[in-house]
Write a protein that binds this ligand. Structure first.
Ligand code: FAD
Length: 300
């Protein structure tokens, strides 16, 4: 069954991982993958070049490992910034050879001072090109608080609709710490005629500096309640980790109560945190209207 078909049957639960840093052997992530596999996610996505220091070649190898060894569907992130059509066609061949079917089509962030941005300006161009050149199942990114480059939030939603119309079958959201932004966003998407499933991106925070950096880069609001947690526990790593897990659980419970299509956990390759969140929420994924009966699910 394709990933998009799962959304009509259940509340999807998925993870994101990133490849080991440059020079670190690919095997260093395997143990994490086996631990994540035990939590029965519906899919695991693998980032590509997002952190700068990642080994880009290993994204495909990790996605293959997730699919073939862990027997969990995998999704490859694919940013097209700086690539020509020929580069992309080459990559498409690599995907086909590796049996990669699921692609999160992205534009990618524009590095400072970049002159040549490649052949495609927007992710919607990549979505259309992938559809023309392969039999892929394509997803795309969305931004509940708006994309940081675009002050015009209405245009941002219109652009998202263009991306969906080009062939993105479901969307995965940017992280957010205030669920109200997500619910407002869902309403706007509905009004704009965007009817594909939208997964909520949740990042459990374990470090104050990391969250402030991420929030700054992404233009994400940090609610007062969360700011107080960051300030109080910044020097106590165990307390910070536990508070970060509790905050993420609280967000997820609220999202599930609102009947969201799915939850995508930015694991930061930390299986301990993923497991704690799974333990606290997995029974909720299996209850309610869309929930599958216990034991029949391939996921949480
Ligand atoms: P687009 O959809 O192209 O949007 C980019 C901007 O262009 C927006 O402001 C949009 O409003 C505007 N726009 C779009 N279409 C038009 C149009 N037709 N006319 C005018 N303006 C338009 N980055 C990585 O490098 N690697 C990763 O692995 C990665 N994974 C990610 C996973 C998720 C779930 C998310 C949310 C983001 C991820 N990113 C990753 C970051 C992403 O690459 C950046 O946020 C990037 O700045 C935008 O990518 P996009 O695909 O959303 O771009």
């Amino acid at each position: 069954m394709s990933i998009v078909d799962l959304f009509s049957q259940k509340t999807v639960f998925s993870f994101e991982v990133f490849p080991p840093r440059r020079n670190a052997p690919i095997e260093t992530i395997y143990e994490t993958l086996y631990e994540l596999q035990d939590l029965r996610p519906d899919f695991i996505s693998v980032t590509y070049g997002a952190g700068g220091g990642e080994n880009k070649q290993s994204t495909i190898s990790i996605a293959e490992h997730i699919k073939n060894i862990c027997h969990v569907p995998s999704v490859v992130h694919f940013p097209c910034i700086g690539l020509t059509k020929e580069d992309i066609l080459e990559k498409i061949e690599e995907f086909k050879t590796a049996g990669i079917q699921n692609i999160l089509a992205l534009r990618g962030d524009i590095p400072e001072g970049m002159e040549n941005r490649g052949d495609f300006r927007y992710a919607s161009d990549l979505v259309a090109f992938l559809k023309e050149n392969g039999d892929f199942r394509i997803s795309a990114a969305c931004y509940p608080e708006g994309h940081i480059e675009n002050p015009d939030k209405v245009a941002d939603i219109r652009n998202l609709k263009t991306k969906v119309d080009a062939g993105a079958e479901y969307l995965i959201s940017q992280l957010f710490f205030d669920n109200e932004y997500f619910y407002d966003f869902l309403e706007k998407c509905d009004l704009a005629g965007i009817s594909v499933p939208i997964e909520a991106g949740i990042m459990p925070v374990i470090n104050r500096r990391q969250v402030l950096r991420m929030a700054g880069l992404c233009g994400v609001n940090i609610p007062k309640k969360f700011q107080r947690i960051l300030e109080k526990y910044e020097d106590n790593s165990v307390a910070m980790r536990d508070a970060g897990i509790a905050y993420a659980v609280d967000q997820i419970v609220d999202l599930l109560t609102h009947g969201v299509d799915g939850v995508h956990l930015y694991t930061m390759n930390n299986s301990y945190i993923a497991r704690e969140i799974y333990k606290a929420t997995h029974s909720l994924f299996n209850s309610g209207e869309k929930g599958e009966k216990e034991g029949t699910s391939a996921s949480a």
